[in-house]
Write a protein that binds this ligand. Sequence first.
Ligand code: MN
Length: 315
Amino acid sequence: MSSRIISRASYFLIITFIIFISEWHNMSQSRAVAQTFSALETLEGAGVRLRRVFGYSQVPLFDPFLMLDDFRAERPGDYINGFPWHPHRGIETVTYMLEGRVEHGDSMGHKGDVNAGGIQWMTAGSGIIHQEMPKPVNGRMGGFQLWVNLPKSHKMMAPRYQEISAEKIPVVAVKENVSVRVICGTIAGISGPVRNIVADPEYLDISLGPGVEFTYPVRPGYMAAAYVTGGSGKFDAAGTDELENRTIALFESRGTSVMITAGRRGVKFLYFSGKPIREPVAWGGPIVMNTEAELQQAFDEYQNGTFIRKNGEVS
Ligand code: MN
């Protein structure tokens, strides 16, 4: 009788152990690539020819991110007309320059340049009206703009800028042939200069040498994606094809890390992750709210000149 109880007890223990190990394995596995997208040429602003990596038609796949534009360009004619005066509300726009510069000015008298290697993390919140004009330096211009959504609780927050020049962005040599520019987030104990963003994002510019394998943790439940900006590489362990320049990999939500293996020429990519907001999205051009009524209100205010809140206050 007693030996039978013990054997039942050990049977139970073994099953529990197997369940525990398989759960642990699932939890600790690296994420597979769920989907890939190629950036598509599109016209924006006053006729800027750029490549949209993802946007309106992908909502809510990349939540908390809404859009990524790649405006690397060879010909000034493709970008020189820029993005003249336009409003934003309910989002953050993040401009990251590799070459050239973007002249920026807004309706509150704020002026400045985003220069090569620098970043402007602009929280539009309740509203700004601005213009962004790309300019070549030594004939070169190129950069990216990422849109980060704001949750209902923060859509009408006071507008804010975090402007960071190239030399203030740390470059971390994680190991041999792995170099990471930390715009936002923490890697190997070193934090990027952009702080206190609601979606708790990470934004890293990563370079891997030829054949290098790189594993990086992702917080449970956070969305993660990688956009290739040079070379090629594999973005999961599943033996999928190498992804090339101007392709984005969206990782599955299951798993606690990503694993990237550089191809023969090495690979460069922008990596970003963030906490999904999971709220309704009402998106009209440069304004992203939760409801159609809020969108309509924003456009009415833009028309009648009450769009900008004094001192960021909601009137
Ligand atoms: Mn803008």
